[in-house]
Design a protein around this ligand. Structure first.
Ligand code: CO8
Length: 374
């Protein structure tokens, strides 16, 4: 079977960032306005007062200290608490495709490839601009890529699932080189007025170029994909009921369940063992032992989750170098998280180093990609 490599990665980060303190101040102002508006009903016991948020709680519960977003002003406006992202005409590139193109250009440059050397584009992410035409086809056209493009969505695991799809297509001969892009606008579907989750997500875009090992540009530093593994198991603990049938329902188009919802504790408890077991079995099937792994580029949702998974996989405490964290400044960027970690934290590793890119999230879904530096 031919060897496939990741030959380049790219990252586009929005210019605006929100600290926990800024987020909490706006949330609390909104809560005060809400409580004042409903003072009578609250006093009569007909409604519950909104509690304040707390930045120490956020850091302790999640490890998140700030998040990058497309529109800071709209999110922090206490009268609004969600981003203002202007509609574009059908002739303009969509916001999400535009982010993807920026990350993709960096990935192509790192791989030493021109757009006309790419045969296809996969846009893999949680939150989709629209049903059709595919964002991937917009990205394809904006970059001047021939061939084909399509979107896919496996929530937080979209990137690792996208990598497996790309690897399989390259091995099957459907393409010589593919671009896999993850533009995540999580701020658009987060309920910023719910203190249980208002701190969790951020916006970003990542991109990966995959190609055959015997055909990489001399300037690239490729990582061989030794194996990919995917797993899904149905769960309602992370859910978003937004969809194209909403208009046919008689009521509830703006209901809370049309945005991101989760049972965070259950997710934590149920997903960590799934992930640790998958990585352990995956490396074992590739004849590797934990000590062969120099790095774990894990999905970035929660610091304690990552520490627990890394400890279970390695059978000991791990250092920050071994399992890098980017969620402190990026928050959870859904499918892009493990790719950001891989993008920012691999240059120091020597030839022959092994690592695992692993994502997990809604579905439930888990994807692992075992790589070796060429
Ligand atoms: N400030 C102060 N107090 C708070 C706050 C806050 N901001 N939030 C909650 N509290 C309170 C709660 O009300 C609760 O109080 P009480 O005990 O009186 O009821 C108490 O603090 C504890 O709350 P929790 O039990 O919720 O707190 P946890 O310690 O469980 O932490 C976390 C919550 C951080 C959410 C944690 O459970 C977690 O990270 N779990 C894992 C989540 C995860 O990995 N999810 C994956 C989701 S991503 C995905 O796959 C879908 C991507 C789709 C993208 C969507 C874009 C929008």
């Amino acid at each position: 079977m031919s060897n496939v490599v990741i030959s380049g990665t790219g990252l586009w980060t929005p210019s605006e960032s929100i600290s926990n303190e800024e987020l909490v101040a706006s949330f609390d102002a909104y809560a005060d306005l809400y409580n004042a508006r409903h003072a009578e009903a609250i006093a009569a016991g007909e409604m519950r007062a909104m509690g304040h948020s707390n930045s120490e709680f956020i850091v302790k519960a999640s490890g998140i200290r700030s998040r990058y977003v497309l529109d800071k002003a709209g999110i922090l406006d206490p009268q609004r608490l969600y981003p203002r992202i202007a509609a574009r005409t059908d002739e303009e590139l969509s916001v999400q495709a535009e982010m993807g193109v920026r990350a993709a250009r960096e990935a192509l440059a790192a791989a030493g490839r021109r757009a006309d050397e790419i045969d296809g584009v996969i846009v893999a992410c949680s939150n989709m601009q629209r049903a059709y035409p595919a964002m991937a086809i917009e990205v394809q056209q904006a970059l001047g890529i021939q061939g084909f493009a399509f979107d896919m969505n496996v929530a937080c695991s979209s990137a690792t699932f996208g990598i497996q799809v790309a690897v399989d297509m390259l091995r099957a001969g459907s393409a010589r080189r593919l671009l896999m892009v993850n533009p995540e606008i999580c701020s658009g579907h987060l309920e910023w007025r719910d203190r249980d989750c208002h701190f969790i997500f951020g916006d970003v875009a990542t991109a990966v170029v995959l190609e055959h090992a015997d055909d990489v540009a001399a300037t690239a530093t490729p990582w061989q994909v030794l194996g990919t593994r995917l797993q899904t198991q149905f769960s309602n603990n992370i859910r978003n009921n937004f969809g194209f049938l909403n208009r046919c329902e008689d009521a509830g188009r703006d209901d809370r369940n049309k945005l991101f919802m989760q049972e965070g504790r259950k997710v934590f408890k149920e997903v960590c063992p799934m992930v640790a077991e998958q990585i352990s079995a995956h490396i074992s099937d590739l004849q590797l032992v934990p000590d062969n792994l120099q790095r774990l580029w894990l999905h970035q949702a929660n610091l304690s989750m990552n520490d627990l998974i890394a400890r279970r996989v390695m059978g000991r405490e791990v250092t920050r170098d071994e399992a890098p964290i980017i969620l402190d400044r990026y928050a959870n960027t859904s499918s892009a998280g493990s790719i950001i970690a891989f993008h920012l934290h691999r240059q120091d590793l020597a030839k022959g180093a092994h690592g695992v890119i692993c994502s997990f999230g809604a579905g439930y879904s888990v994807g692992s990609v075992v790589v070796r530096k060429c």
